[in-house]
Design a protein around this ligand. Structure first.
Ligand code: TYD
Length: 202
């Protein structure tokens, strides 16, 4: 699918500060780019259903259905928000994307290959960042257990999957275990460099 803008994805554990960092990045990049800052699960119909029903023990769906819901939300989000913004030449910053499905649903016993297959119709991002904060730290930050995903055991396994894609060169790791401003500056420098490279291919 041809596109004019640049699609940036920010990934990380729950409580890693990625939502704050995505917003700070958008603020910094706003000076030179038109930005769409968005997130998954999205604010569309399916995303709303996921937020209300998929993340809590008593309303959880079977694992395969959960992965399909995230994939369906991604498709809806692509057509309603991401693709139109890219077509207008915007820089899209998305808080979570396919790597979240690989990391979280992959840990629920599904094969990474099947998860990739059900997400094959979603747009490929241009720049993918993993904000790395130790699982022990995020659990400490989260304080109370909010969703089924937010246990130390799950966050450790989720980080392992993310790091697998860092090793493959698909995700670029940014050290998130520093103060907020330092992380924001490192993220901005990394993404700015990658935007320059991406612009050569668009
Ligand atoms: P999160 O980014 O924490 O949303 P919010 O900040 O609004 O609470 O995402 C909610 C949860 O959804 C998080 O625990 C990770 C999970 N998730 C998946 O399991 N698979 C996915 O594909 C996505 C996008 C999120």
């Amino acid at each position: 699918m041809a596109k004019k803008g640049i699609f940036i994805v920010i990934e990380g554990l729950d409580g890693s500060g990625k939502t704050t960092q995505a917003a700070l990045l958008a603020e910094k990049l706003k000076k030179n780019h038109n930005i769409l800052l968005t997130a998954e699960p999205s604010h569309g119909k399916i995303g709303k259903f996921i937020r209300e029903s998929c993340l809590y023990e008593n309303t959880r769906l079977p694992t395969e259905a959960e992965a399909l819901m995230f994939a369906a939300d991604r498709i809806e989000h692509m057509y309603s928000e991401v693709k139109p913004a890219l077509d207008e030449g915007k820089l899209v910053i998305c808080d979570r994307y396919i790597y979240s499905s690989l990391a979280y649903q992959g840990n629920s016993g599904l094969s990474l290959e099947w998860i990739k297959n059900i997400n094959a119709r979603s747009l490929q991002p241009d720049i993918c960042i993993f904000i790395d904060v130790p699982p022990e730290k995020v659990i400490e930050r989260l304080q109370r257990k909010k969703s089924v995903m937010e246990t130390l055991e799950i966050q450790k396994k989720v980080r392992e999957v993310y790091m697998k894609y860092v090793a493959k060169g698909e995700l670029v790791r940014v050290d998130g275990d520093k103060d907020k401003e330092q992380v924001a500056e490192a993220l901005y420098r990394t993404v700015s460099g990658l935007i320059e490279v991406a612009q050569k291919y668009i």
